[in-house]
Every structure is written in structure tokens, then in C-alpha cells.
Design a protein. Sequence first.
Length: 179
Amino acid sequence: MQIQALAIKTLLDFANVIATAVTRQDSFAGNFVLCKKKISKNLCVIYFLCLIINMIIVKYINNLTNYELNRCNKLITQNFTNNRINTYEKAILYKINNDIIGFLGISHDNYLNQLCVDVKYRNKGIATDMLNEARNILDDKIFLFIDKNKYNTEVLLKFYKKNGFLIEYENDVEYKMWK
């Protein structure tokens, strides 16, 4: 019992040191965001403990490592017909235990593209977390398109509306949404 208590205290001490030192780093340099808002140090420690396992990382596409690029390409090709990763300026990556399980591409003009989450991790709020991170890092309106001819168009419309997106226009092929 004493060993378990010591291990927990050591982990909390470590989290406290990190939470104190790293309250917000430049996410575009590839570092994770620890505390997005001004919150108490204790809440920051709890948030850090969650991030030991789960991290949202924002990187410029040209700063992705080979591993990250390969994993993102795999996620995109599993979920989309076309892979457009080379057209994005930035990417939001969601990692669990250092494995990339979520991807969101961001174009230079604030268009979000190819949001995808590994099928084993869906319906756990990961896509919503990535959308929220996009909202936090982008200054202006953000935009996206939904293809009307996909099997999951209605699910996507419902998801994005639930996350505050509005339909700007629609035609026979797609919806354009913004937030």
C-alpha cells in the first residue's frame, strides 16, 4: 500500500512540475497545449494527467515526422477516396499512447478537411475535441464542405450542426458550412 501511495505521489509531483513549467506552448511548433484557458494549478495538473495518455497536437504539414505522415495517410485513405494531405497548411493530430488515432487538415484559408478518427475510437468525443482545437487556433470563421453523395451525409450534417456549424449554402453536390 505504501508503494502505491508513493507512486501516486510521485506521479502527481511530476504532473505538478510539468503543469507549472508548461502552461501553454506554441502549438504550431508541434508542442501540445496543456492549459487552454486560465485555470487553477490543480485543474492544470489534472488536465496534464489526462494528457499523459491523450494529446492533441497542431503542426504544420511540412513539420510532420515520417511516422506522423504515414499514420495520417493511413487514416485518410481508410476514410476517404482521395488523400489531399499535401494541400493542407496545418494538421490537428489526436494521439493516444503516442499512436495517431485522429486527423484534421486545415487549409491556409481556414477550411477544415478530412476529419477522421480511427474506427475503434469513434463516438468518444475525439472529433469534437479536434474541432474545438481548430476553433481555438484559428482567428476567423472556419469553413468546411460536406459531400451530399456520401453514405453518411446526414450523420455528418447532424454532427457539424451539433458543434455549432451553420449551412452557408448548398447545391446538388455539397453543403458549405461555417462557424
